[in-house]
Ligand binder design. Structure first.
Ligand SMILES: *[C@@H]1O[C@H](CO)[C@@H](O)[C@H](O)[C@H]1NC(C)=O
Ligand SMILES: *[C@@H]1O[C@H](CO)[C@@H](O)[C@H](O)[C@H]1NC(C)=O
Length: 240
C-alpha cells in the first residue's frame, strides 16, 4: 500500500516536469541549473547502462534505438544517464576495432547479435565507440539531455566490495588513466550540445579515503574545467 502510494506521488511528480525547449549550453545560477536564456532546467534522468560486458547500450537487441528514446520521452524523462566503462576511452582495440556484432559474439551472445541485426541493423557492424555515439546522437534528436557516467574501469558488472575497482588505492583503478579517459570523453563530446555533463565515477565505496584522494583528484578537475586555479576538493564535491 505504502509502496503504491509513493509510486503515485512519484508519477505525479514526473508529470509535473514541464516540457520546455532548452537552449544550451546549461550553466549554474547560484543553486539552480539554467539554460542559455536563464530559464531553470530540472533534470529528470533515467539510467541507461552501456558499461556491461558487451560495452553496448543495453536493450538494442530488443527494440530500435529510436523507439527506446521515444519511450523515455513518453515516460516524462528529459535526460539519460548513460553509463560507460573507462576502457571505452583508454583501450582503442575495444573502442574502435571491435564491432557490436563481434562484441556480442565473443561472449557467445548470438541471439543478441541477431536481435541487433533485426532491430538496429545500422549499429550491428559499427565499432563499439561509434555505436555509443549513435545512442547519444539519437537521444539528442529526441530532445533528451545526456550525462555520460563513468561507471567502472573494464566492461562488466558494477559494483561489489571485492571487485578491485572501487576507487583510489584499488588495483583496477589507476587515477592517471581514469583522468585521461575522462578528459578524452569530455573532449570528444565537447561540441555535442545535448551532452550536458559527466559523472566522474559510480559509487566510490569501501574506502578509507587516503591522502591520495586530495592529491590526485586535482587531475580530473583541471582536465574537465581547464581551470588552473580550481580547488580540487570543492570541485569534486560539487560534482558528487
Ligand atoms: C582491450 O580490449 C580488448 C577487447 O576487449 C581486450 O582483448 C584487451 O585485453 C584489452 N586491452 C587491455 C590492455 O586491457
Ligand atoms: C568543437 O568546435 C570548435 C569550434 O566550433 C572546434 O574548434 C573544435 O575542433 C571542435 N572540437 C571537436 C572535438 O570537435
Amino acid at each position: 500500500m505504502a509502496r503504491s502510494f509513493y509510486l503515485c506521488i512519484f508519477l505525479l511528480f514526473i508529470t509535473w516536469i514541464p516540457i520546455i525547449s532548452t537552449s544550451f549550453p546549461l550553466s549554474t545560477n547560484t543553486r539552480w541549473i539554467v539554460d542559455e536564456k536563464g530559464q531553470r532546467v530540472k533534470l529528470a534522468c533515467v539510467n541507461w547502462p552501456a558499461h556491461l560486458q558487451p560495452a553496448v547500450a543495453e536493450g538494442l537487441s530488443k527494440q530500435p534505438l529510436d523507439s527506446i528514446s521515444k519511450k523515455i520521452v513518453s515516460m516524462g524523462f528529459n535526460c539519460v544517464r548513460l553509463t560507460w566503462p573507462l576502457d571505452l576511452m583508454t583501450n582503442d582495440t575495444l573502442a574502435l576495432k571491435i564491432t557490436v556484432k563481434q562484441s556480442f559474439e565473443s561472449l557467445n551472445l548470438f541471439d543478441d547479435a541477431l536481435g541487433i541485426q533485426t532491430h538496429n541493423p545500422k549499429i550491428l557492424n559499427l565499432p563499439i565507440f561509434n555505436a555509443f555515439q549513435e545512442v547519444v546522437s539519437n537521444l539528442g534528436q529526441n530532445g533528451l539531455m545526456v550525462i555520460l557516467d563513468n561507471h567502472l574501469t573494464y566492461p562488466g558488472w558494477c559494483c561489489s566490495d571485492n571487485d578491485l575497482d572501487a576507487f583510489f588505492g584499488y588495483p583496477n583503478f589507476d587515477p592517471v588513466i581514469w583522468a585521461k579517459g575522462l578528459g578524452k570523453m569530455a573532449t570528444l563530446f565537447r561540441n555535442v550540445t545535448n551532452v550536458i555533463g559527466m559523472s566522474l565515477r559510480n559509487e566510490p565505496r569501501e574506502i578509507n579515503y587516503p591522502d591520495l584522494w586530495f592529491s590526485i583528484v586535482a587531475n580530473p578537475c583541471k582536465c574537465l574545467t581547464k581551470d588552473a586555479s580550481c580547488d580540487p576538493a570543492s570541485q569534486w564535491f560539487k560534482v558528487l
